[in-house]
Design a protein around this ligand. Structure first.
Ligand SMILES: Cc1cc2nc3c(=O)[nH]c(=O)nc-3n(C[C@H](O)[C@H](O)[C@H](O)COP(=O)(O)OP(=O)(O)OC[C@H]3O[C@@H](n4cnc5c(N)ncnc54)[C@H](O)[C@@H]3O)c2cc1C
Ligand code: FES
Ligand code: FES
Length: 497
């Protein structure tokens, strides 16, 4: 057995004897690093956030906060982790640690009461503190007065120091109240040149290592190439594939699922490309949603609308498109968007690759044409993109919630006429579906109030919505119609009657 090791706060440690399903959270706490807390064990509260050194978007390394409760520690073989304990620095042996600037701001601005959520908040906050794009735009130093927007920009989600409050969207606090936490976030300055974690960004992150971690009868395996992984999958058709583990981690923690063999695909280079060609964009299935968001930087507006509404920043730092499509969930948020974009999937197995339109991929509730031993390697989006797009996610909360209904539109409107309409729906059938009847009701018609109202009526009848704890069938149908009227209002500023 190859020894699996992880570096935590600068010190290397063996992962053994942890079981292969052991989470990073349990591993850390078992080692006495109890700053990392368990609140929910299902990715909802952020009390367990830790920083991982990952390939950077604009620097060699980014410090990326993830939910330690969802990630198996074996997935971080060879990787570097920093916990809330590792943020403070000890300047001389025997002296008390000096608080990290984000810890200092949380303390002096009253951002912590019981303190249970605080280590998770400071890890998410530290990641934003070190985010190179924020540092480049920060216009104030550490003495900045906290405030949302100086009164004139109207932007309540970014601080004068460039701090993006969405960085904290996966962290919950039930006693302090969010204003002092926001004050702390909006008061942090930029890292000094001597800051060790800032300097660490200039070096490459640890390379992924092939992992063969076995305890008793279960194993966590990672191969270095796609070809090796596909051969392994052929040998182990019983294996569970994981990428970011944001779905699988919940299964392990909440539903006590265990797998004899888990195979990691999140660091395979063949699944992590992003290429813009003349007639399509290819997005690797194992890029995280945060990586896609930052690397596309708005070039696919419909995806840019999806990302902020998908879970929280903490989840998006792990979640992948491969995982969202791989589960086959009818309420995943990416399928409606990818259907509207007419995406196809590149599926790979040990015999080669095939390309399948996403519209033909889902065959039933959590079922697809993907064969055993086949992986989603990439998602392809044909170009050019339709210019009129919108993603409407109807959920009980504005952020970090599962969809009741999700609707994605991509329309070509030329000379006042709808030339092409593609509409993807989630949450209204056993699979994500295209709204084919509504598309037909729009195409070739003038983009007018009458057309929008008639098509909205058709859209209300699409799918076979069910009543469940999230929404009734009637509400779901009503929301479909409203969604098209909202799109019309947004694109024309006319409000249908
Ligand atoms: C708190 C929380 C909030 C969430 N909010 C949302 C939300 O708003 N919208 C939403 O859509 N989802 C949400 N999710 C679900 C989850 O984050 C997404 O489905 C995510 O995209 C899964 O990606 P992953 O890489 O983490 O998948 P993993 O958990 O690693 O894998 C899930 C499954 O996908 C399959 N798989 C993974 N990669 C591949 C591949 N390349 N090829 C084939 N199969 C593969 C495997 O069968 C695996 O078992 C949420 C989850 C949590 C915990
Ligand atoms: S313990 Fe709540 S997100 Fe991990
Ligand atoms: S300070 Fe108590 S939960 Fe946040």
């Amino acid at each position: 057995m190859v020894t699996a090791r992880i570096t935590v706060n600068g010190k290397e440690a063996p992962i053994a004897p942890a079981a292969p399903h052991t989470t990073v959270l349990d591993f850390l706490r078992e080692r006495g690093l109890t700053g990392t807390k368990e609140g929910c064990a299902e990715g909802e509260c952020g009390a367990c956030s830790v920083l991982v050194a990952r390939p950077g978007v604009n620097k060699p390394t980014d410090w990326v906060p993830v939910n330690a409760c969802l990630v198996p520690v074996a997935a971080l073989d060879g990787q570097e982790v920093v916990t809330s304990e590792g943020l403070a620095t000890v300047e001389a042996p025997g002296t008390p640690p000096v608080l990290h600037p984000v810890q200092e701001e949380m303390a002096v601005r009253g951002g912590s009461q019981c303190g249970y959520c605080t280590p998770g908040f400071v890890c998410s906050m530290a990641a934003e503190y070190y985010r190179p794009e924020r540092c480049a735009h920060a216009d104030r130093g550490p003495d900045a007065t906290a405030g949302a927007d100086d009164g004139d920009s109207g932007d309540t989600e970014h601080g004068p120091n460039g701090f993006d409050l969405h960085a904290l969207s996966g962290n919950l606090c039930r006693c302090t109240g969010y204003r002092p936490i926001r004050d702390a976030a909006f008061a942090v300055g930029t890292p000094s040149d001597e800051d060790p974690l800032a300097r660490r960004r200039e070096q490459d992150p640890p390379a992924p290592v092939a992992t063969e971690y076995r305890q008793d009868d279960s194993a966590f395996l990672r191969r270095s190439t796609l070809a090796e992984t596909l051969r392994l999958l052929r040998e182990r058709p019983d294996a569970v594939v994981v990428a970011g583990s944001t779905d699988w981690g919940v299964e392990v923690n909440i539903r006590s699922r265990r797998a004899d063999c888990v195979i990691a695909v999140d660091r395979l280079p063949e699944l992590r490309g992003l290429r813009v060609e003349s007639d399509h964009i290819e997005i690797g299935a194992a890029l995280t949603l945060t990586e896609i968001e930052r690397r596309l930087d708005g070039t696919v507006p419909l995806l840019a609308q999806l990302f902020p509404q998908f879970a929280s920043r903490l989840i998006r730092n792990g979640a992948t498109l491969g995982g969202n499509l791989g589960t086959g969930s009818p309420i995943g948020d990416s399928p409606p968007v990818l259907l509207a974009l007419e995406a196809s999937l590149v599926l790979a197995d040990a015999d080669g690759e095939r390309e399948v339109p996403l519209a033909d991929y889902f065959t039933g509730y959590r079922q697809s044409v993907r064969r055993p031993g086949e992986l989603i390697r990439a998602v392809r989006l044909p170009l050019p993109l339709s210019p009129v797009t919108a993603f409407h996610k109807i959920a009980k909360r504005r952020f970090d919630d599962i969809s009741s209904v999700a609707v994605a539109f991509a329309l070509d409107v030329e000379g006042g006429t709808v030339r092409k309409a593609r509409i993807g729906l989630g949450g209204v059938a056993a699979t994500p579906v295209r709204a084919l009847a509504t598309e037909a009701a729009l195409e070739g018609r003038p983009w007018t109030t009458e057309t929008a109202e008639a098509a909205a009526e058709v859209l209300r009848g699409e799918g076979t919505p069910m009543s469940d704890h999230r929404a009734s069938a009637g509400y779901r149908a009503a929301m479909l119609g409203q969604s098209l009227l909202k799109l019309y209002a947004q694109t024309t500023e006319a409000v249908p009657s």
